[in-house]
Design a binder for this molecule. Structure first.
Ligand SMILES: [Zn+2]
Length: 394
């Protein structure tokens, strides 16, 4: 029994596991031969309920291999249709499926791969309104999403429901895999506290992707899912696997739970939020533009000893890792309280890690009537790149 799966989900007791038919025993015989799997492990796989979020690049190989391996129930959430540009990487779908829903195509293909598997199609867009109820019905989630809003949504919903989140993401020739939201390990938010500013990271449609890469990453996700179900090996809990397809290199870095993580650390996040707003998508265009300053310009301003206030809106533990000399720490969470202490006549420059939180702080000051406020583009990460390489990037 894996320590990371919910013991109430019927995979805990050998005698409550479903029996294998003769056909299944023959089909899975090369699995059953493995002492780490055996008949009982194969029965665990049959009992398991896995939810795949997305039937695209990552979901395709994950679904094919999890079905072939005999995972008893595969839920698939997708609302998209098969497009000809999907076919160079989404092998769940074929040329004759173009124009069909990905769900219909997936159901047909997976039935052909393994008729013993029950596929539960969910023709919905995963949202804050439906994610908890859906994810609760499964033992674990394989996250095959391609956008930040859904990735944070899946992460938070997995933390709130106590379901492991087998995470994968791809970008051009590089991939990442980990297992988040377990009792022992970190969650996605522990590692990526804030989304990148909208438009900064191109999607596959904008930036391209090597077709094989989601195959590699999705299969690694399926491998992690099977290890969690069987309770064997060393799952990628507290470790992030980085895949460099061009360099043919894989390395695994240790990652830790952040005690100040609002999802799995302080647990202040007790419900799902508006993830479009969190990621800065679809926000109403503000009347005033955000004034920007580059780290290089900021360094020159500091060197000239210009009269201005530099604010850092990150959290204290981040300030302890890396800071810009002279910056006053005012975490974004308490920023509203600090506004009354600021002088409207003085220029104010605000920075954070990458520029997203500081942009929110600039908006708050603009809303309060401040006009001379600048956002440091790229935050302290770009400061480390452009001004002071001795500053730690995290
Ligand atoms: Zn966390």
């Amino acid at each position: 029994m894996s320590a990371t799966l919910d013991p109430t989900t019927a995979t805990s007791e050998g005698d409550t596991l479903p029996e294998l038919t003769r056909d299944e025993l023959v089909r899975y015989s090369r699995h059953v031969l493995l002492p780490e799997v055996g008949v009982e492990g194969q029965r665990r796989l049959k009992a398991a309920r896995v939810l795949l979020v997305g039937a695209g690049g990552l979901g395709s190989p994950a679904a094919l291999y999890l079905a072939a391996a005999g995972v008893g129930t595969l839920g698939i959430v997708d609302f998209d249709r098969v497009d000809i540009t999907n076919l160079h990487r989404q092998l769940l779908h074929g040329t004759s499926d173009v124009g069909r829903t990905k769900l219909a195509s997936a159901v047909d293909r997976l039935r052909e791969v393994n008729p013993h598997v029950t596929v539960e199609p969910h023709d919905i867009r995963l949202s804050s309104a439906n994610a908890l109820e859906l994810i609760r019905q499964y033992d674990l989630v394989v996250d095959g999403t391609d956008n930040f809003q859904t990735r944070y949504l899946v992460n938070d919903a997995c933390v709130l429901t106590g379901r492991p989140n087998v995470y994968g993401s791809i970008f051009r020739f590089d991939g990442q895999v980990s297992v988040f939201c377990t009792a022992e390990g970190p969650c996605y938010r522990c590692i990526y506290r804030e989304p990148p500013p909208p438009g900064m990271v191109p999607s596959c449609a904008e930036g391209g992707v090597l077709g094989i890469l989601p195959g590699i990453v999705g299969i690694l996700q399926a491998t992690e899912a099977i290890k969690l179900i069987l309770g064997i090996g060393e799952p990628l809990i507290g470790r992030l696997n980085l895949i460099d397809a061009l360099g043919a290199r894989q390395r695994t870095v240790k990652i830790k739970r952040d005690p100040s993580c609002p999802a799995c650390g302080t647990r202040e996040l007790q419900a799902l939020v508006d993830y479009d707003a969190f990621c800065g998508i679809g926000a109403a265009p503000s009347e005033a533009p955000i004034l920007e300053i580059t780290p290089t310009e900021l360094a020159a301003k500091l060197a000239r000893r210009d009269d201005f206030v530099l604010l850092d809106v990150r959290d204290p533990h981040e300030y302890a890792i890396a800071s810009i000399p002279g910056a006053r720490l005012v975490p974004l969470g308490t920023f509203g309280d600090a506004i009354s202490s600021l002088d409207r006549a003085t220029d104010i420059v605000i920075h954070c890690r990458s520029g997203a939180r500081s942009a929110k702080a600039v908006r708050q000051l603009q809303a309060a009537g401040f006009t001379r406020v600048w956002n440091v583009v790229g935050g302290i990460l770009r400061w480390a790149d452009d001004v002071d390489p001795s500053v730690a990037k995290y």
